[in-house]
Design a protein around this ligand. Structure first.
Ligand SMILES: [Zn+2]
Length: 228
């Protein structure tokens, strides 16, 4: 805790001191973020750091497993409220769902016995209950890390589909006034991969040279890929 207190002093003496005008402007004119960024609560995923975004640029929703509850399941909660506010009030232009490698939530989905003693986690992960059977169907031949990577990717795509279940998002997607992207942050390499709905693969973003894919996804998903 003491380290965090020192961190506040450091922030005020350095970053804040250099960017005082920005904070004053954000305070007087309010926030106008262009992007709703949905990611995992994992402490190793830091949206502003990996995108070099400034204060006021990203409206961030974090939860265990970067899950977007499907509206039709009838769950109303903080995640849905934040999404509604970002889209309907802040009028964000893009939504990014960013999963990450080594995600404990995905590990728990693949091994539910490990979270039997955690009733809230278990219930929350139930929001992505279709994932294990989808993995069995499409990635039955994979195990270990390869299966985890597939789970991370498919979970991101599943959440993009769930975003469409909000009528205010579906309307704006149809009108072409909002875009959706699915990303995966690879912790050990710092690389970020973006889903290409045409190739149906995740390709590296911002990297030099030829596009590298995260891993090969098997051909077509049963449902159409999310549009942007
Ligand atoms: Zn995670």
């Amino acid at each position: 805790m003491e380290r965090l207190h020192q961190g506040i002093h450091h922030f005020q003496a350095n970053y804040f001191a250099k960017n005082r005008a920005l904070f004053e402007r954000l305070a007087s004119s309010g926030q106008r973020p262009e992007t709703l960024f949905i990611t995992c609560s994992d402490s190793r995923v830091i949206p502003e750091l990996i995108t070099n975004a400034a204060p006021g640029e990203l409206f961030i929703v974090r939860n265990v497993g970067n899950i977007v509850p499907d509206v039709h399941r009838g769950v109303v909660g903080g995640v849905s409220a934040a999404i509604e506010f970002a889209v309907e009030v802040l009028q964000v232009e893009s939504v990014i769902v960013c999963g990450h490698t080594g995600c404990g939530a995905l590990d728990a989905m693949l091994h539910p016995e490990r979270v039997q003693h955690l009733p809230f986690v278990r219930r929350w992960l139930g929001e992505a209950a279709q994932l294990p059977s989808l993995l069995d169907e499409r990635y039955g031949h994979l195990d270990g890390e390869a299966r985890m990577t597939a789970a991370v990717q498919e979970n991101v795509l599943l959440q993009l589909e769930n975003l469409r279940s909000f009528d205010f998002i579906a309307r704006r997607l149809d009108a072409g006034t909002i875009s959706m992207s699915g990303w995966v942050f690879d912790i050990p390499t710092g690389r970020v991969f973006d889903y290409d709905p045409v190739a149906e693969q995740f390709f590296e973003l911002g990297g030099p040279g030829p596009r590298r894919s995260l891993s090969n996804r098997p051909p077509p998903v049963s449902s159409p890929p999310p549009s942007r």
